[in-house]
Design a binder for this molecule. Structure first.
Ligand code: SAH
Length: 363
């Protein structure tokens, strides 16, 4: 049994069953046993692979996007480039290489990283050594100051949410408690909730409070101080019911309660609700669009061609494979399952990558 599982079983014996959000927060962020706190989970040897780890083109195109937004803002002399949940720092390193080719843009940038994991901060430090001296933040609140360009790949999916299940007595909160056999199991709270949404029995409603609060705070800042934010993640353009909590270990789905702290725990992002939270705070919303459409609109094919033209045959093949993977269609393909949503100061013009294929909010 994992050390965290033993600790959770004791905690639940003392305090009773816990909300899904607390379970997620402890699994991912427990200071000693949290999944991200102790390890580098990325890549073939790890548990999962992300777009910046698949190809340098991902960070490069995001840098071009950011430079374009900066231009549209009137090229302010100083702007914060903030990344939320930067992982190994790969996206930022690729982005800065492109920014170095745009000296006025690069000169305006100061790099800020919002990261809670000491292990990943160390990895980011190694990746970015000699390229920039980033400022690290525990939360987005201290990172926001003046005009900002915010980028976040697979960040919102790691934020804890609560779940509610429709029963014959109305909505009940889903809790993690004992399974009666020495392990952990899901159960329902006996208490009433104030949710009044209509839904069929058994429906699961997810309440991503932490993510919505971050999007709202960020949006208020964009309205006040200027700038834009780009979120890339798996999820849906439409709100709906369903349990999206998933655990991944060594590139396979596992039971989210089996080995807390040993598997990555994520949820799908409800982009429609993120967009609503931003609009309510007064920000402009762009998208969501599919990742494949977004990257193609930014010139992924041209970039892949340029890289391949000066590469060895095996490298050119790898570039082609990365292009296919980042744009893959189908329900589970990265190009389609992943969506891109941007928020901005309402005075900015349409942003690059969003002028086509806007996904409808209602199914
Ligand atoms: N963007 C990276 C990593 C994605 S994994 C990539 O695409 O490869 C999620 C990242 O968010 C990790 O760096 C993790 O440590 C960080 N993270 C998770 N929860 C966080 C929180 N509440 N605050 C800040 N960072 C968090």
């Amino acid at each position: 049994m994992s050390a965290l599982k033993a600790e959770l079983i004791r905690l639940i014996a003392d305090e009773g069953p816990i909300p899904v959000s607390r379970y997620m927060a402890l699994c991912l962020g427990h200071p000693r046993h949290g999944y991200y706190m102790t390890r580098d989970p990325f890549g073939a040897q790890g548990d999962f692979t992300t777009a910046p780890e698949i190809s340098q083109m991902f960070g490069e195109l995001i840098a071009l996007w950011a430079a374009n937004v900066w231009q549209a803002m009137g090229a302010p002399a100083a702007i914060r480039l903030i990344e939320l949940g930067p992982g190994r720092g790969t996206l930022m390193a690729d982005a800065l290489r492109v920014a170095n080719g745009l000296p006025a843009f690069r000169k305006a940038l100061s790099v800020h990283l919002v990261e809670t994991s000491p292990a990943l901060r160390a990895a980011q430090d190694r990746t970015l050594a000699g390229k920039t001296e980033p400022v690290w933040h525990d939360s987005i609140a201290t990172a926001l100051d003046g005009p900002v360009l915010v980028i976040a790949n697979e960040f919102l999916d790691a934020l804890p949410l609560d779940q509610f299940v429709m029963t014959s007595q109305g909505w009940r909160e889903r809790l993690v408690g004992p399974d009666g056999q020495g392990g952990l199991g899901f159960g329902l709270s006996a208490m009433e909730t104030r949710l009044s949404l209509a839904a069929p029995a058994g429906a699961v409603f997810e309440q991503p409070t932490v993510a919505l609060d971050i999007v709202a705070a960020l949006s208020r800042h964009l309205v006040q101080a200027g700038g834009a934010a780009l979120f890339v993640d798996y999820g849906s353009a439409q709100s709906g019911f369903g349990d999206t909590l998933q655990a991944m270990q060594q590139h396979a789905y596992v039971d989210p309660l089996a080995e807390p702290g040993e598997a990555d725990l994520t949820v799908h992002v409800d982009f429609a609700r993120m967009a609503q939270a931003a609009l309510r705070a007064g920000a402009a919303v762009h998208g969501p669009v599919r990742q494949g459409d977004f990257l193609r609109a930014l010139g992924l094919a041209e970039r892949a061609q340029a890289l391949s033209a000066k590469a060895r045959p095996d490298q050119a093949q790898a570039v082609g494979a990365a292009f296919d993977r980042l744009t893959e269609a189908g329900e589970t393909g990265m190009g389609e399952l992943f969506k891109v949503l941007a928020l901005s100061h309402p005075g900015l013009p349409p942003l690059p990558g969003f002028d086509l294929h806007r996904l409808p909010e209602q199914g």
